[in-house]
Design a protein around this ligand. Structure first.
Ligand code: B12
Length: 185
């Protein structure tokens, strides 16, 4: 049984009033007054289905000719039970770059070559590049920062070709880069 102190609801203007603000874009035009009225009606319908009542559209902005961005403010009746919250714990130790380098040096005795690719019809290489490249993403440096030697990022790699291409790529990078010991071929 959860204690009453465990039950909270959002704070908007006054404690526990349940007020929240959400923003979203709908694929509806919002340039003319008629379009805008229809779009705001659609936004309120969505807010109602999300459990917001009463709700009001506080911001409407066309995004190009066919889309409209909305901010909706309103009250949700839902309660949050803190005793039922589950927190996902990291299942592995987060290593610093120095610790990663030590482990690589201890187990491999050379730099680790990491190659990345998207397979099949997937073209989303930016995420892979963010993992490999020193510049990283959102303030997190990529693997290159950790003393590894990332290879090229490829896209549209056929699934069957992926392992062979990865091995060939890793070998060529090992040879080309100082600190990367050539692998036996
Ligand atoms: C940029 C982008 C594109 C670019 C990709 C350019 C490129 N060279 O990468 C282009 C325009 C080509 C594109 C096309 C398409 N896209 Co797109 N795209 C995006 C977008 C806007 C950003 C992705 C991105 O680069 N983020 C920045 C990077 C740094 O973050 P990230 O990708 O999330 O990667 C991080 C993590 O996810 C993780 N990670 C990523 N990969 C891996 C792999 C491993 C092994 C690990 C451990 C971790 C990991 O680490 C990364 C670093 O932190 C997303 C929407 C979004 N906001 O996420 C849609 C999105 C991924 N695309 C989507 C879709 C549907 C498409 C298209 C099918 C659209 C269409 N109808 O044509 C096409 C498919 C093209 C194709 N053949 O693959 C959908 C995917 C929906 C889904 N879940 O299936 C998204 C989510 C947009 C959406 N909401 O609909 N897209």
């Amino acid at each position: 049984m959860s204690d009453l102190a465990d039950v909270v609801r959002p704070y908007g203007d006054t404690t526990g009033d349940g007020r929240v603000q959400v923003s979203f874009t709908l694929p509806v035009p919002g340039v003319t007054p008629a379009d805008r009225a229809l779009g705001e009606g659609a936004a309120l319908q969505l807010a109602g289905k999300m459990g917001m009542s009463p709700a009001m559209v506080v911001h409407t902005k066309p995004v190009g000719p066919d889309f409209t961005f909305f901010i909706v403010y309103g009250r949700v009746s839902h309660l949050v039970d803190l005793s039922l919250v589950t927190v996902a714990e990291r299942e592995f130790e987060l290593l610093s770059p120095a610790q990663v380098n030590l482990r690589i040096a201890a187990s491999l005795g050379r730099k680790l070559v990491v190659v990345g690719a998207t397979v099949g019809t997937d073209a989303h290489t930016v995420g892979i590049d963010a993992i490999l490249n020193v510049k990283g993403h959102s303030g997190e440096k990529g693997l290159e920062y950790k003393g590894t030697t990332p290879g090229e990022v490829a896209s549209y790699l056929a699934h069957a070709l992926a392992p062979a291409t990865a091995v060939a790529e890793a070998r060529s990078w090992s040879r080309a880069r100082p600190g990367g010991r050539p692998s036996p071929s």
